[in-house]
Design a binder for this molecule. Structure first.
Ligand code: CP
Ligand code: NVA
Length: 330
């Protein structure tokens, strides 16, 4: 019997496979209710605070729209306009918000900050992305894979690109928890930190998961069920890194050659936002400076039948609602 009432949601390492699968199951029910326009205001009258020290579309909207769907209200605290960080510490902010709200979402830089916020708060704290982890994203990713494959145990998921960023780290954790075959594919310099790898390998021993690392994208993607990529430079990293990353990561761009090398039933996932064309200001700037129109994924793959990225984006809403519901319900 899974009971997550009062729990924080800071990283997936803190959760059992049963708890993770339970959250995805609850999200599936909430998705059906939303699609059928059935009221599901199970948390009527509660209030949440959402702290965003970095930009967001999906995560912010999922928490905010999700809170309203569940009968709650939400307060957005952006990178400017609050006292946090400038005049007030994380610990003091936590002790203030905890007296006013029933739950607190945090997106920012160090994982240590969200952990500190949780330590000083008596209400659940949810990690909406840090430099190290992006745990709510993972629930949506696995939910999307389950919608396509049914069971994901034994399925091969390959992450291509900056293999030690928050999304790649979190994928390695969830794949190890759920008994999947995870391949981290990128240049050695960008492989994840040893300590996290060791932790995941220990988990894998119990769940039957396999964790491996590969520099050659053709070897990595052979017979894969999920190809996953993310931006080559993450929020908080300096713009000057683009040139180095483009040179390092160009061979890891997800293109049709890699899709054709994978299992015939392969799907493409991306947490988004994505640089698959030059329709953004950064996309244009990169084209002008470096002469490339597509980065981590080609427009052809992004727009293809293999791509489930918008189903995945929608599932952010349902899975974030599941996290709020299960941690806040009476
Ligand atoms: N995938 C994701 O977290 O998107 P946002 O940055 O738009 O929230
Ligand atoms: N790795 C990306 C994920 C965005 C959702 C970043 O941190 O910018």
């Amino acid at each position: 019997m899974v009971d997550l009432r009062g729990r924080d949601f800071l990283k997936l390492l803190d959760f059992t496979p049963e708890e993770i699968n339970h959250l995805i199951k609850v999200a599936t029910t909430l998705k059906k209710q939303k699609h059928n326009h059935e009221s599901h205001m199970y948390l009527k009258g509660k209030q949440i605070a959402m702290i965003f020290e970095k930009d967001s579309t999906r995560t912010r909207c999922s928490f905010e729209a999700g809170a309203v769907d569940l009968g709650m209200s939400a307060t957005y605290i952006g990178p400017t306009g609050s006292q946090l960080g400038k005049k007030e510490t994380v610990a003091d902010t936590a002790r203030v918000l905890t007296r006013m709200y029933d739950g607190i979402e945090y997106r920012g830089f160090d994982q240590a900050t969200v952990e500190e916020l949780a330590r000083y708060s008596t209400v659940p704290v949810w990690n909406g992305l840090t430099n190290e982890f992006h745990p709510t994203q993972m629930l949506a990713d696995i939910m999307t894979a389950k919608e396509h494959f049914g069971d994901v145990k034994g399925k091969k998921l390959v992450f291509l690109g900056d293999a030690r960023n928050n999304v790649a780290n979190s994928l390695m954790v969830i794949c190890s928890k759920l008994g999947m075959k995870f391949v981290s594919c990128g240049p050695k310099d960008l492989w994840p930190n040893e300590e996290l790898v060791e932790t995941c390998k220990e988990i894998a021993k119990k769940t039957g998961a396999e964790i491996s690392f590969e520099e050659d994208p053709m070897i990595a993607t052979k017979d894969a069920h999920v190809l996953y990529t993310d931006v080559w430079v993450s929020m908080g990293e300096p713009m000057e890194l683009w040139e180095e990353r483009i040179n390092l990561l160009k061979p890891y761009q997800v293109n049709m050659k890699l899709i054709e090398n994978a299992d015939k039933d392969v799907i493409f996932l991306h947490c988004l936002p994505s640089f698959h064309n030059t329709g953004t200001s950064i996309g244009k700037e990169i084209e002008e400076k470096f002469g490339i129109k597509e980065m981590e994924v080609t427009d052809e793959v992004f727009e293809s039948k293999y791509s489930k990225v918008f189903e995945e984006a929608e599932n952010r809403l349902h899975t974030i609602k599941a996290v709020m519901l299960e941690t806040l319900k009476k």
